[in-house]
Design a protein. Sequence first.
Length: 467
Amino acid sequence: MKQNLGRYLGRPGRSLTRRLIWLAAAWIVVALLVTGLVLTSQFQESGLRRLGGVNNNTIDELVVAASVRDGQVVVPQIEDSRTKALLSGKYWAVAERNADGDLVVIARSTSLWDSEMPIPASLTERVAEVAGGTVSYNAVGPNNGEPLRVAASQKQLPGREQPVVFIAALNRSNIDSDTRQFATLTWAALGLLGVGLMAAVFFQVRIGLRPLYELGQEIGDVRKGRATRITQDYPVEIAPLAEQLNKLLDHNQEVVERQRTHVGNLAHALKTPLSVMLAETEGQSGTLPEIVRRQSELMRGQVDHHLRRARAAARAQGSGERTAVAEVLDEMAVMLERVFQSKGVEIDWRAPDELMFRGERQDLQEMVGNLLENACLWSKRRVKVSAGAMGMGRLLLVIEDDGPGLPEDRRDEVLKRGTRLDEDVPGTGLGLSIVDELTRAYEGRLTLGDSDMGGLKAMLELPAAES
């Protein structure tokens, strides 16, 4: 039972609150059903015992009044007004066995008139088994099928060898009516009690589990960047869990900071010798200086690439940062319009103020800056930027230009490091590659397509922080 209950409560995909409430409700319903049945049954049995006591008194009176004359049993009418009134609901009869062993009535109350006392076929054996005791049973009476409670007892009268069976019966309609009324009141009271108990269980479970809900909300706030730690005070049962979660957050932050430090140290350690090598080859001609210069530039690009990717991955994994997209777009648009002022580039951007990127500002600046710079570089005059929420914790940035565009068969090629479409256009060919790498580090996606303006459309899908 405990194992089954544990499996039920631990079943995935179900609300713990709902499971506890339904389990408590089932136990309450079962308990109240059993209670109602027991109370109703005991009330009815108590009424029937009272009728049995009256029937036993009637039998005792009959036994006292009965006599044997010339071998025949004589039973006069007893002094009971109800047994003398026709079909009054109180009856008695005296019976003996005939040659076939069946009970035959030899005397009856006036209240029976010409009706028969209901005697089941098994009564002969039943009264014989109790040896002077009383057998009780329910039967149907002569007055329009009235319900009767009947008692029968076999007695041995002085002067007669064959025993005699005394039978008394009472109308039990009042008992049945009282039982129904009692059952109605009992079930109504138990129903109200059940509703009250289930309401109490519901509120108790809800209140008891509320700290867990609040803890879950705080963890969600940390994940979404609204908070850096769990700060609320929780009951002693949950406080250790909150403390361990804070320690885990601290540990993760420490790992991220350590990784950033190592990345910075590595960048410094590698870039300094490369800078020295490049400085030594400046102004020198010949095959060897040219090879050293070219390979040093290549190594510096590779170092920048891998260090940038490592930093972005570290920030994305431990990220509780939130960056306003509109602020970054405004900053990039103002800066690039100045850079391309001679060309007359106009950047039209739109983004909701509440739209937040779940990551660090400098990473968003680098991604948006590279895409916007590429668009300004190839555009005729117009660049359009739009940003919005996609739902499910994602946002979409779309950057379009009115330039010559990019053939579909070359879009995958330009995402590779160092690929340039036109050697006459200034640049290193690293911009789109850098954006693609940073986007992947944040588990996003960069897609290139055709713009309605005639040029290239870059669609950047990134994680969004809830506002």
